[in-house]
Design a protein around this ligand. Structure first.
Ligand SMILES: N[C@@H](CCC(=O)N[C@@H](CS)C(=O)NCC(=O)O)C(=O)O
Length: 203
């Protein structure tokens, strides 16, 4: 069976998956393509991911896309401390992953775009303020969940922490003020302080 291949450049959502692969100690190939030059529009890539988006993986005969789902798959396949240990933990890992992508990601991306990604002349602080307002409720929920624990569940860093921290990290990169959520803030620093996080982003 061929080696795991992770498609996607460092300046896409791909580091989320590389982070997971590094945490699991997997041997993998990295194909650092970017959507901006047409690399995701080729028939060969569209056969892997018809969405023409990154990241995507090939693992043997399996093609998978959706960054957080890929990470849940890798955890399930390879086990270890990052993987859910029973049905309850599996449910919690899915809950937090779906929550991150539905409740946090869009607003966090809006803030990131208007603080960092867009050319300076196109950035709008009003958009950042709107994003901050939208994030207040989910960030309070996450802060509450972390009030009496270091990680989301199980007393250890799991795929749920990795997935949620990957998304919530955008609030930090957008320089949003997280001081209203001290438990979230400390947890995010714990997660992003792992050496594999930096390594996954190209060092
Ligand atoms: N929900 C998807 C989002 C994938 C996605 O939109 N990726 C961006 C790069 S970070 C992309 O490839 N966009 C293609 C485009 O804008 O044409 C995931 O988490 O994997």
């Amino acid at each position: 069976m061929s080696k795991l291949t992770i498609h996607g450049a460092f300046n896409t959502r791909t580091p989320r998956v590389i982070w997971m692969a590094l945490e699991l100690g997997l041997d993998f190939d990295h194909n650092p393509i970017h959507y901006s030059d047409g690399s995701t529009q080729t028939p060969a890539f569209l056969a892997i991911n018809p969405n023409a988006s990154l990241p995507a993986i090939q693992d043997g005969d399996l093609c998978l896309w959706e960054s957080l789902a890929i990470n849940l798959y890798l955890a399930n396949k390879h086990g270890g401390d990052l993987a859910p240990r029973d049905a309850a933990e599996t449910g919690l890992a899915m809950q937090w992953s779906f929550w991150a992508t539905t409740e946090v990601e869009m607003a966090a991306l809006q803030a990131l775009k208007h603080r960092l990604l867009l050319p300076e002349g196109e950035r709008d602080e009003a958009e950042v303020a709107t994003a901050e307002a939208a994030l207040a409720k989910p960030l309070a929920v996450l802060n509450g969940a972390l009030a009496d624990r270091e990680y989301l569940f199980g007393g250890r860093f799991t795929v749920a922490d990795l997935n949620v921290a990957s998304v919530v990290s955008w609030t930090k990169f957008a320089r949003l003020d997280l001081s209203a959520w001290p438990h979230l803030s400390a947890w995010l620093d714990r997660c992003l302080g792992r050496p594999t996080f930096k390594q996954a982003r190209g060092g």
